[in-house]
Design a protein around this ligand. Sequence first.
Ligand SMILES: C[S@@+](CC[C@H](N)C(=O)[O-])C[C@H]1O[C@@H](n2cnc3c(N)ncnc32)[C@H](O)[C@@H]1O
Length: 209
Amino acid sequence: MACGPSFRFRKLVEAKVKALARSSPRLNAAWWNVQYRLGLWDYLDGGTPTGREIAEIVGEYAPEASILDLGCGTTINLPLIPGTYRHYHGVDISAKAIEQARMIGRPHATYETADILTYAPQEAYDAILLREVIYYLPTAKVSGFLERLSGFLAPGGVILIQVWAGETNPDLIAAIEGSTPPGMLAKTLELDSPGHPMLYFLIKSDVIG
Ligand SMILES: C[S@@+](CC[C@H](N)C(=O)[O-])C[C@H]1O[C@@H](n2cnc3c(N)ncnc32)[C@H](O)[C@@H]1O
């Protein structure tokens, strides 16, 4: 197989670079800025918006919500309809992603560059989104992270976690499911990568703690 060894090599290198970046917030920010500058995530912003499902779940469980989107990226793929949410606050470690997010001119929205592992929101939110970001945090810290986040939910609020190809990362799924029981699987969707469904976990404020 011509592409076998080089694919494995790429994966190995990628894993090592990611682990190195995660070891320091400054390195992590630089690593993500480089990725955004190179346009490596542009594909997330074209075609069918990958954030469509989570926008619908927010509408269902937290209508007219104040929304905190952690690891928000450029946010171009999150089709929130003005009038269906009160306020949106996007946070990302990449200043480049936040710069692109601001350029959209989304109504009732603010943005901030920060490391979500240590980020402390200034207010409580009805919906806290973690869209395809949780696997970039050290798995050992996921449990404590979710518990801490639950302290920033308004009464009746929800944490929504979007995970692609969860079957490839059972430790992460166990950390999500086990850390704040009874978190529930809100949806499983086969999107455009057959065999690698997108999982949507819902954690409600009234069942935490
Ligand atoms: C795969 S992208 C997903 C972006 C967006 N949530 C989406 O679904 O399109 C992962 C995002 O997480 C951000 N990120 C990774 N580690 C982070 C951290 N520790 N704090 C804040 N953002 C982080 C990256 O900068 C990147 O924008």
